[in-house]
Design a protein around this ligand. Structure first.
Ligand SMILES: [Ca+2]
Length: 263
């Protein structure tokens, strides 16, 4: 009984083994068709994947290119704007430097002007202004310089005027005044060419020949005295002006009449 069963089992196994290992022609054809179809599908999938990959790379390249262009445009814009800003800054700096230099020059000019104004100190008396120059000049230069500052070499009209000059002048020096006798013996005031009658000559001076034609004031004694001298000789001078208002604008005036010193 056991032997019979074993035999039947062996038969079944053998048949099964044979049945599995041997394909029929029909099945083989089906199998081949399936495999071909699968190969076609695989190939198609491969192509699709390749196409997708290719499109993807193309898109990435397009994007990269667009991005590079955008960055390049932005960089150029930034460069241009930076350039414009640098130029503007340069112009601004140049303008500032130029302004600074002009301010410095103005400052220097004002200081020089102030010095000139302070140097040109007029002293007011009886409606006239007097400037006592400390520069040493020949008579003609002194006369020109008085005119340049809108005055004239002093014309001594009255004793009070002489006394006022005497009280203000530096008595250590002689000073040219506006009196000459270019025509020998005929003394005239330069200011209005009127004839002068001089009574207070320094002892020993007066009409003393053709060489001593210009007149100066000497204050070394107790009174202002006049003396004729060589016009080319250099000394200080006294300028007079009828228009004090002019000098208020351009220099400062000591108004001794009102004891008011304006600077
Ligand atoms: Ca006068």
């Amino acid at each position: 009984m056991v032997l019979t069963l074993l035999f039947v089992l062996l038969l079944l196994i053998t048949e099964d083994v044979h049945g599995r290992s041997c394909l029929t022609n029909e099945s083989k054809e089906d199998f081949d068709k399936s495999r071909k179809a699968l190969t076609v599908v695989q190939s198609s999938i491969g192509k699709v994947v390749n196409t997708l990959e290719s499109n993807h790379q193309q898109n990435i390249k397009t994007l990269e290119s667009a991005l590079k262009q955008t960055i390049s445009i932005m960089e150029n814009n930034v460069k241009k704007k930076t350039g414009v800003l640098k130029n503007n800054l340069g112009t601004f700096k140049t303008t500032l430097n130029s302004m600074g230099q002009k301010m410095k020059k103005l400052d220097t000019d004002f200081k020089v002007l102030e010095k000139v104004f302070r140097k040109t100190k007029w002293i007011k008396y009886d409606g006239h202004c007097y400037y006592y120059s400390t520069e040493i000049e020949d008579w003609f230069t002194a006369e020109r310089k008085c005119r340049e500052i809108k005055g004239y070499l002093a014309k001594l009209d009255k004793d009070e005027e002489k006394n006022n000059i005497y009280s203000n002048v530096n008595k250590s020096y002689d000073n040219w005044i506006g009196l000459t006798d270019l025509k020998e013996g005929e003394f005239r005031w330069t200011y209005d060419q009127s004839k002068a009658t001089v009574t207070d000559w320094y002892p020993g001076f007066g009409s003393k020949g053709t060489g001593l034609n210009c007149v100066a004031a000497n204050c070394k004694t107790n009174k202002l005295k006049l003396f004729g001298y060589y016009c080319s000789s250099k000394m200080q001078c006294i300028c007079e002006s009828n228009f004090c208002a002019l000098h208020y604008l351009e220099c400062y005036i000591i108004d001794k009449e009102n004891y008011n010193e304006s600077e």
